[in-house]
Write a protein that binds this ligand. Sequence first.
Ligand code: PNW
Length: 488
Amino acid sequence: SDGWTDTRRRTFPQNFLFGAASSAYQVEGAWNEDGKGESIWDRFSHEHPEKIADGRNGDVASDSYHLWRRDVEMLRELGVDFYRFSISWPRVLPTGFPSSINEAGFKYYDNLIDELLKYDIQPMVTLYHFDLTQELEDLGGWTNPLSVSWFEDYAKIVFKRYAEKVKFWITINQPNTICMEGYGSDLMAPGVNVKDVGAYECVKNVLLAHAKAYRLYEKEFKKEHEGNVGIGVAVNWFESLDHNNTVNKEAADRARAFEFGIYLHPIFSKEGDFPPIIRTIVDKKSQEQGFKTSRLPKLSYEEIKLLRGSADYLGMNHYTTFLVQHSEEKFESPSVEDDRNTIYTQGPEWTSGKSSWLKSAPYGLYKACVHLNLNYDYPPIIITEHGWSTDKGLGDQSRVNNIRAYLGALLLAMEDGTQVKGYTVWSLLDNVEWTAGTSERFGLYEVDFESETKERTARLSALVYKHIIESRVVEDGWSPSSLKIEIT
Ligand code: PNW
């Protein structure tokens, strides 16, 4: 058999962890309640309502700030081992600085965490999922080298408060989104669009912020509390459009380096530092463009050492695959796009999610795992996000197909030695999908955003996921309608 069509029954090991995810801005709402500070997404969505597809922003969102009991009830219905959620920095430190601590904000997370533990669901806490305080942004945000210590100070307060109860930590979610879209474009908050040096300054600072938080935990909390600290990186797969075309194969190498190698190499490679291919390209371009120093900042020997090995596991966010070509057309210069110089397409035959970028190509997850194994020597991995978008509606057969297909690919990757400890569905419930508003639904549970009560209802995929968790099996051709499952 060719490995892709074989129907042998594979099972997830008993100690494999299944979970579901969300993030603060996307679900909490209560944007200015009980002393919460303003975040860059509050500012961005209020100043640019035209950028939010259906105008629905995070002001109320899924109202999880008030409905957390129901959220935990849903997690119990699913039977998950853990819940990945993020702490809103501006909710707990309204200015961003430790000089002002919002006890009411912390109380919300106290309640959520205690409720989870009461039912034996492990909290997996993301410290930063895109919602910087506006006050820190006004000081330059992630382009200011001081952001490293701002984040470290914040992390220390949160570690102190929850080290006893939280054993899984993610420092920062998706540096590529933060830096390339938040600073290198106007697509995501803060949308400052500093294409020349901003995005790379951000990359360096975000990486160092992560590493400082990791070392802090290692030094002050690890021994007593034995938690695991990782970073969340978008590791989608990037495949050359054709395989007998050297130019496109090199373009795919560049795509992988610029999309995720730039974050993984400093942390997970033996040598550390930025990937040589990026150093070479950006140094050369910078010189041609008349910069005195490279637009890609240098890492000092100390910084390289600090970063290398600064993760107990890789939090891998994987959604889709892109086919890569070398670009003949010139991009705006200077910019990261121009440095990378690639064009992405996707297979016309691949099933489409609701999001324009989301196509189903499960072999990409397998290949991404093999790539990580070869380049970073079989790193411990938790899939911290994978998911599928649909319209609203409960009959989400396409999500069921997608999750089952990707879990099947994951089992193959594990059979070939990939060290995967757990898997997380994005998302537990419908939420505010950044600039897509609520026009793209990722939830296992539907949220009725029209209603005052933001009622949640299980979709078909919730029932299927529950069954997968229980049985540890993903069967091809398995039809949920043939089973009588009840949500309890
Ligand atoms: C993630 N891609 O972003 C974010 O971490 C979540 O907050 C978000 O809700 C979720 O995915 C769904 O969009 C991504 O282009 C954005 O492949 C884009 C991609 C992947 C992940």
